[in-house]
Design a protein around this ligand. Structure first.
Ligand code: MEV
Length: 304
C-alpha cells in the first residue's frame, strides 16, 4: 500500500470541559464534522492544507509534525506526503486538533503497518495534545478515535443522542492552551472558590449520565445551562459567546452553552430536531456562523 485516506470527527461537550482537566467527569459527543488526511509514501516530508505547504513545521502544523516525529520512533518513515482537508473550524472548540492528530496517526499506522489498536491511537493522540497544549485531558482524542457519546475519565460509551445539535461559531480564535492556563491560575489563587465550582461541574456530568441514557433532552438542557453559568464563573465565556447563547435560548433551544475551551470559538445548543433551522437562523442573525449537525458513531476510519 502506497496511499491511504483516514478521517476523524470533531466533538461537542454536553458537560464538563475544563473540569475534566482536573479529573472531573465530562460527557462529550463526536459530531458529524470531519478532518480527512490523505497520506502518500514519499522521499521527503510534505504537509499541505488550506493553511499552506511546508515540511515538518511545528509553527504551522504542530500536531501533524509531532505525529510524524513520534511515529518515526516505531516505523521507518523516510518521507510522507500529507494532504489535510477539514470541515471542522480551527481553534473553535470543536476538537480540530484532536481530529487531525487522530486521523494522521491512523493513516501512518496503517500505511507503515505499526499495529496500533484504537486504544493505542487514543493514548498516543492524548500524549501529543498534552505536549503541545501544556495540559490536555484525554477527552477530545478519545472521542475522536472512538466516536459516539462518551463519559470520561471512565471512557464509558453511552447511547447516542438524537436531538438537534446546532453549533454557533463566534469566529473569534480560541487558544485552548491559554484558556486552560487562565483557569489554572484562577484555581491557584482562589482554590476554595474554584475547586468546588469544578467539582460541581463534575457532578453535573454524573447527574447528566442518567438523563442521556433516558434521552431526557429538556432536563439535559437544564443541566447544560447550569454548567454554562459555572463556565462563566471561571472566566471562559465572553460577550460574543453569550450573545449567541442567549439568541439560541430565547428562540426555544433546550439549552445553549460554550463547547470546548471557550473565550471565543463555539457554543452549542440542543434543540428539538424540528427547531434546529429556526435556532440556526437566530444564531446567524446574532452574528455567528451556524452549523446544524448530529452525533456520529463513526470515530476514526479509513475513507474509501
Ligand atoms: C477543550 O476542548 C476542552 C478542555 O477541557 C481542555 C481539555 O480537556 O484538554 C478545555
Amino acid at each position: 500500500m502506497q496511499t491511504i485516506t483516514c478521517s476523524a470527527p470533531g466533538k461537542i461537550y454536553l458537560f464538563g470541559e475544563h473540569a475534566v482537566v482536573y479529573g472531573e467527569s465530562a460527557i462529550c459527543c463526536a459530531v458529524d464534522l470531519r478532518t480527512q488526511v490523505r497520506a502518500d509514501i514519499s522521499d521527503t516530508i510534505h504537509i499541505s492544507s488550506v493553511l499552506g505547504d511546508t515540511g515538518l513545521d511545528y509553527d504551522k502544523y504542530p500536531y501533524v509534525s509531532a505525529v510524524i516525529e513520534n511515529m518515526s520512533e516505531i516505523a521507518d518513515i523516510k518521507g510522507i506526503n500529507l494532504r489535510i482537508d477539514s470541515n471542522i473550524p480551527v481553534g473553535s472548540g470543536l476538537g480540530s486538533s484532536a481530529a487531525v492528530t487522530i486521523a494522521t496517526i491512523q493513516a501512518l499506522n496503517l500505511l507503515f503497518g505499526c499495529g496500533l489498536g484504537l486504544e493505542d491511537i487514543a493514548t498516543l493522540g492524548h500524549n501529543i495534545e498534552r505536549t503541545i497544549q501544556g495540559a490536555a485531558s484525554p477527552t477530545d482524542t478519545y472521542v475522536s478515535t472512538m466516536g459516539g457519546v462518551v463519559m470520561v475519565p471512565l471512557k464509558k460509551k453511552l447511547n447516542t443522542i438524537d436531538c438537534g445539535i446546532v453549533i454557533g461559531n463566534t469566529g473569534k480564535f480560541s487558544s485552548t492552551r491559554q484558556l486552560v492556563s487562565n483557569v489554572a491560575l484562577l484555581k491557584k489563587y482562589y482554590p476554595q472558590i474554584i475547586d468546588p465550582i469544578l467539582s460541581t461541574i463534575g457532578r453535573i456530568s454524573i447527574t447528566g449520565e442518567e438523563l442521556v441514557i433516558k434521552k431526557e433532552y429538556e432536563a439535559i438542557g437544564r443541566l447544560m445551562n447550569i454548567n454554562q453559568g459555572l463556565l462563566d464563573a471561571i472566566g471562559v465565556s465572553g460577550p460574543e459567546l453569550s450573545n449567541l447563547i442567549y439568541a439560541a435560548r430565547s428562540t426555544g433551544a433546550y439549552s445553549a452553552k460554550i463547547t470546548g475551551a471557550g473565550g471565543g470559538g463555539c457554543m452549542v445548543a440542543l434543540t428539538h430536531p424540528s427547531e434546529s433551522k429556526q435556532i440556526a437562523s437566530a444564531i446567524t442573525q446574532a452574528g455567528g456562523e451556524a452549523i446544524i449537525t448530529r452525533v456520529t458513531e463513526n470515530g476514526v476510519k479509513v475513507e474509501q
